[in-house]
Design a binder for this molecule. Structure first.
Ligand code: AN7
Length: 357
């Protein structure tokens, strides 16, 4: 019988590192759609491609899966405030879950470099927000420092509770497909999600639920690609502000996930990201933020290099909702503003404009 989804902690309580006595702070996260994308499968020459649409989470990104765990455990430990550094989505999620828990949230964001939708979420949920004169990497260093020396609990993905919650994305994919995909594709910033999916698949493998773990393919923006260069990037730059991260928090974890899964890291240009952002909206029907199109853009680049096996089943996690950073949709492929035409209330005129007459 169909049941109402209860959030990832209650759904997967037996498989998560959390005591039964811990309070559960949930907004009903997880249980997101796995949407078949035949247009994308055709484009990349794979048998089947699915999008794991994480924009359907309560605050519009995958961060909620980890945040329900991190904030629940923080409250279980008696925390009265949580802190995070963020390119936007973590702060939106932390602020919402802190509000649900009745505790304070503090968020540090890089000045002028976070999307308006995300900033408004943090404000709406009454976070204490500070715009730091630096990039995300500076914010994270500051957040770590403050959490070590003051009474505030860190909920960035360096906190293992976050990765633990986010691994449930892999469980849902396996349940839905009744197998593992051959390849799992993700956009990569701190590589927390990349590491978390791998952890989830590895647990499924160790339980004998799947026969092999998928190859983990992670993609970054060219101007912000420490995994490709093999070294931190001091001044990361990309229009995909969510993944504008030069010194990834989960660097070592992700390297080991790549090795164990025989996966890869690659990078794409901002133009390739925006092209795929439009393709997903126009040909698949899924509106994501630009950063979230980075995985699919990387998949296409691999396909063009002849590296996507024809029979493969591929899952691409699209990490955040298009409304978070909506202004990109209002630009055409040449970067010009798109403005709907203005018309009178006369049917003949409207029909003519629409090319119906
Ligand atoms: C839409 O919110 O790092 O590789 O501070 O918002 O796990 O970092 C966001 C990251 C991909 C990259 N897609 O995930 C933050 C933050 C979206 C994101 C990523 C982020 P990780």
């Amino acid at each position: 019988m169909a049941h109402q989804w209860r959030g990832v902690i209650r759904e997967y309580i037996d498989r998560l590192d959390i005591d039964s006595s811990c309070p559960i702070i949930t907004l009903g996260e997880g249980g997101t759609p796995l949407v078949e994308a035949p247009a994308l499968a055709k484009l990349v020459g794979a048998a089947e491609v699915y999008l794991k649409v994480e924009g359907m989470n309560p605050t519009g990104s995958f961060k909620d899966r980890g945040m329900t765990m991190a904030v629940s455990k923080a409250v279980g430990h008696g925390a009265k405030a949580v802190i995070c550094a963020s390119t936007g989505n973590t702060s939106a999620s932390a602020a919402a879950y802190a509000a649900a828990a009745g505790i304070q949230s503090v968020v540090l964001v890089p000045e002028g470099k976070i999307a308006l939708g995300k900033l408004s979420q943090a404000v709406a949920h009454k976070a204490q927000i500070l715009q730091v004169q630096g990039n995300f990497d500076d914010c994270l260093e500051l957040a770590r420092d403050l959490s070590e020396n003051y009474p505030v609990h860190l909920v960035n993905s360096v906190n293992p509770d976050r990765i633990e919650g986010q691994k449930t994305g892999a469980f849902e994919v396996v349940e839905r497909l009744e197998r593992a995909p051959d390849i799992h594709v993700l956009p990569v910033g701190n590589a927390g999600n990349y590491s978390a999916y791998f952890k989830g698949y590895l647990e499924e493998f160790n339980l004998g639920v799947i026969k092999k773990v998928p190859q983990m393919w992670g993609f970054q923006a060219d101007g912000s690609a420490p995994f490709v260069y093999g070294t931190p990037v001091r001044n990361p730059e990309t229009i995909a502000t969510a993944i504008r991260i030069g010194n990834p928090a989960s660097y070592e974890l992700a390297l080991s996930a790549r090795e164990c899964s025989e996966g890869m890291f690659g990078s794409v240009t901002d133009e390739e990201i925006l092209w795929m952002h439009r393709f997903l909206s126009q040909e698949v029907g899924v509106f994501v933020e630009p950063s979230s199109a980075t995985g699919a853009a990387g998949l296409l680049k691999q396909a063009r290099a002849g590296k996507v096996p024809a029979g493969s089943v591929i899952v691409v996690t699209v990490t955040g909702h298009g409304l978070k950073d909506a202004l990109w949709a209002l630009k055409d492929e040449n970067g010009n503003e798109i403005q709907p035409q203005s018309v009178s209330t006369r049917a003949e005129e409207v029909a003519e404009r629409l090319g119906l007459a």
